[in-house]
Design a protein around this ligand. Sequence first.
Ligand SMILES: [Zn+2]
Length: 314
Amino acid sequence: MKYECDVIEDLLPLYKDGACSPASAKAVEEHLTECPRCSEMLARMNDITIDEMMISEKENVIGSQTRYFKRRSTLVGSVFAGIFALPILVCLIVNLATGHGLSWFFIVLAAMLIPASLTVVPMLARENRFFLSITSFAVSLLTLLGVVCLYTGGKWFFVAASACLFGLTVLFGPMLAAKSPLRERLGRSKGLTVMAASTVTFFVMMLCIGLFAKAAGYYRLAFGISVPVVAMVWVLFLLIRYLPVGKTAKTGLVIAAVFGAVRLCNELIVFVMEKTLAKGEVMLYTQTPDLYLYIGIGVGAVIALLGLLGKKRR
Ligand SMILES: [Zn+2]
């Protein structure tokens, strides 16, 4: 062989791209006819190039498809927005023509915001679709409640709004935390954030109901029972989320804790109710037989023990 393989190897990339001088190319070709090792290397280089081409081609196709779908969803979103705008316009005209000023027009307008938030927003949003849809849904729901309440002259807005907010937080909180623009910053405390948000909205709701109802003894009954019950829910959450034991032991502990919590709640409800209501009425709230609860606590404790022992043996 005229040249060492090392020299040819250095030249191969240039040769493959057709960038070396005719003399070098000739030397490479001569070497390749004699050397299977360098021939194979050239073949592999060509394969890699083909792979790269396939990948970039695939990315091109995906990119153009994505752009196509984005354009289409913008179009469909705009059409939907138009569809929702039509009845709003008709109502505006009818409302004005019948001489009602703009009274119930605002109800129709607010009502239309709800379906729009669930269709137009996700279709038009570029990113954070879920987050934007749910937030705009919540805002439009509260707007509708507010408008209807104003129109009917009711005083129940804060009760309805706070109850809606609490329900939405419990229902969508976990998904919102996972998909919100803040998810990076929340990191591993997403669960904690959702629990905190649910607790706050719950107590705001209880407060709003109290302010609306103005019933005697409301706060004593409502908070006397709900504060300890919420505390128990927190204990369960912290057990499940942070206790560093195995799955079996944790399952057992949670079962025992749930039955224990029900037992404690029964005691608590009776205690709070006795001070407020007549004895006969209290019985209504304490129907769960204690025996079942103790069996539940026992079963949970046994499972937890088995889980802890099993882990030690391994
Ligand atoms: Zn060679």
